[in-house]
Ligand binder design. Structure first.
Ligand SMILES: [Cu+2]
Length: 141
């Protein structure tokens, strides 16, 4: 008699396990639907607040003005990144784009100027006080 009860319990356990498998499959289906819903939401973000998102995501890269040189002289960044120039010399300097995309104005010792680049391209710039001081910002999309 005891063996029969053990067999019945085992059969019940197998049946319960089988039912559990079925419920798991039912639970999986809504997860797929959630993934489909999330895609249009991302597209909406790109369309409405593009500039704000890029500013929030961009990083700030420092360029030092020291010994009458921009260091690094050439720098590569991504669209949305910000360059921060800081003058470490006693002499005043500027960071002035050759095509008027940005101009720091005169920077005294310790002063900084920041520029966020929203368009890909190559930006050659100089110090207008010492035009032999040249630098390049390469903004990659
Ligand atoms: Cu200068």
């Amino acid at each position: 008699m005891n063996k029969l009860i053990v067999l019945l319990v085992l059969l019940m356990a197998i049946l319960v396990a089988g039912c559990a498998d079925n419920t798991e499959q039912i639970i999986d289906e809504p997860e797929v639907i959630e993934d489909e819903v999330s895609e249009p939401a991302e597209a909406e973000d790109d369309g409405t607040t593009n500039a704000d998102t890029e500013k929030a995501m961009g990083t700030t890269v420092e360029v030092m003005i020291e010994d009458f040189k921009f260091a690094p002289k050439e720098i590569r960044i991504s669209v949305g990144d910000t360059i921060k120039w800081t003058n470490l010399d006693s002499a005043p300097h500027t960071a002035t784009d050759n095509n008027n995309n940005f101009d720091s104005g005169t920077l005294a010792k310790g002063e900084s100027f920041s520029m966020t680049f929203e368009e890909a391209g190559t930006y050659d710039y100089i110090c207008t006080i010492h035009p032999y001081m040249k630098g390049t910002v390469i903004v990659e999309a």
